[in-house]
Design a protein around this ligand. Structure first.
Ligand SMILES: [Zn+2]
Length: 301
């Protein structure tokens, strides 16, 4: 397809737009639905006092006899002149956008046109970037269920909502430290690779696969490059990719369980989940019909 040149990253936030209908999917502050930039960037002072940072467009207007009436919906008042002024500007901007009675549709910018957004489009583009090693993991996505199939590319593009990512998007957080070790800033590479907790998991996982994991690996991309260059049969390499994807997915899920459900993770449970999840993906989707749990458990392919 050759839409983009090699090494040019795909910046999802710059390529994906809501085609606004009634504002049911677009986020008022965070998506680009009015103007070229999201409203949180255009009006940082308003965003700072917004109590619902992820409110939708739909949550901030009402219909009055066919007319759209925008309102300030935050529980914090517009108390200073500076924010009142910003709100007037913001109103002027959003009033120019037409609201329709249809659902919002995600659009993806391709060259100079916008098409309906599909994960497969992004994947095709990523597959095109031959020099960018980040995309290699995407080759075997058909072994990985739909539910998680956008997770690996979100990881390599650094688009998962880690605390670092949220901080960059100016969300106010009580702490930006990794909850697994309570130490460093929670970035993708910290959480999934360099965190003590992740290191323990990878060390057991690679022992299981009988692969020596080099010490220099400090990022997801380096890990993917390493497994891509690893010599082995195709079937073996696909299985390794699947395990790596499952491991990232399980680490992310456990991190979410710690944050949102207050659970305490254990290494034993993490390893058990990684083995059983990757087995179910391989068993159901790889076409390796002779694969059994016993074989998988000993990683005998
Ligand atoms: Zn950590």
């Amino acid at each position: 397809m050759g839409r983009i040149t090699a090494n040019q990253p795909i910046i999802v936030g710059e390529r994906m737009f809501p085609d606004l209908g009634r504002g049911d999917k677009s986020l008022f502050w965070l998506d680009r639905w009015a103007g070229n930039r999201p409203l949180n960037e255009l009006f940082p002072n308003l965003y700072a006092i917004e109590s619902e940072k992820r409110c939708r467009v739909l949550d901030r207007y009402k219909l009055n006899q066919g007319n759209i009436e925008w309102f300030w919906g935050s529980s914090n008042d517009l108390s200073t002149d500076a924010v009142k002024e910003e709100w007037a500007e913001c109103l002027a901007l959003v009033s120019r956008v037409s609201i329709r009675q249809t659902p919002d549709v995600w659009r993806w910018k391709m060259e100079d046109k916008l098409v309906d957004f599909q994960v497969s489009l992004v994947r095709e583009e990523l597959d095109d970037i031959s020099l960018v090693n980040e995309t290699k993991v995407l080759n075997w996505l058909h072994w990985i269920p739909k539910k998680v199939n956008c997770f690996p590319w979100r990881v390599v593009l650094d688009r998962i909502a880690t605390k670092e990512a949220l901080q960059i998007r100016r969300l106010q957080l009580t702490s930006v430290n990794c909850v697994m070790c309570n130490g460093e800033l929670e970035s993708v590479n910290h959480l999934l690779i360099t965190c003590e907790w992740a290191q323990q998991i990878w060390s057991v996982v690679f022992q299981w696969m009988k692969i020596q994991l080099p010490r220099y690996i400090l990022s997801v991309v380096q890990l993917l490059e390493f497994i891509d260059s690893y010599k082995g049969e195709k079937k073996f390499k696909r299985a390794v990719y699947t395990v790596v994807a499952a491991t990232c997915w399980i680490i992310w899920r456990m991190r979410n369980e710690v944050i949102f459900k207050n659970k305490s993770p254990t290494l034993v449970k993490a390893i058990g989940d990684i083995k059983s999840t990757s087995f179910s993906w391989v068993y159901n989707r790889s076409g390796l019909l002779d694969m059994s749990w016993d074989l998988w458990r000993s990683f005998s392919l």
